[in-house]
Design a protein around this ligand. Structure first.
Ligand code: UDP
Ligand code: MG
Length: 143
């Protein structure tokens, strides 16, 4: 998911492009104003953290771009492409390492496990919003 700062800063194309060029396949995409209750449910594991209220304000402060990406190892690989939570510690070449400076404005979210990926897709996308399609690139990406 591209967070509100990524949308406001005009980084939508850049972030989608990095995941597209890697070879993952886009199965769902939408601009979406996240309601508070969804943000709280999404980040429920962090609800005891001191930064939780500010995190909810941040995620609901403007539209986000929800994305569902498919591919072998996509969850772990996308986390690597995204980089460390703190952008100042994220490696150059990663999205956060190249495009952000603060943990509280780190431009993108990525699911941290396949199970959480499934949970989050079910949370953020309604029935019928994902597209089941075959990319012509697949035989050129996977032998
Ligand atoms: N966050 C924050 N302060 C912190 C830690 C996290 O504002 O000290 C925010 C930040 O936006 C982060 C999100 O909470 O991306 C979720 O935290 P998590 O530890 O799950 O990091 P992520 O999985 O996004 O790298
Ligand atoms: Mg996380």
């Amino acid at each position: 998911m591209i967070k509100p700062d990524g949308v406001q800063r005009g980084l939508v194309g850049e972030i989608i492009s990095r995941l597209e060029k890697k070879g993952f396949i886009l199965k769902g995409l939408k601009l979406f104003q996240c309601p508070k209750d969804l943000a709280q449910e999404h980040y429920k594991d962090l609800k005891e953290k001191p930064f939780f209220p500010k995190l909810i304000d941040y995620i609901t402060s403007g539209p986000v771009v929800c994305m569902a990406w498919e591919g072998d190892g996509v969850v772990a690989s996308a986390r690597k492409l995204i980089g460390a939570t703190n952008p100042l510690q994220a490696e150059p070449g990663t999205i956060r390492g190249d495009l952000a400076v603060q943990t509280g404005r780190n431009v993108v979210h990525g699911s941290d496990s396949p199970d959480n990926g499934k949970r989050e897709i079910a949370l953020w996308f309604k029935d019928g919003e994902l597209c089941d399609w075959d990319s012509v690139q697949t035989p050129w990406l996977i032998e």
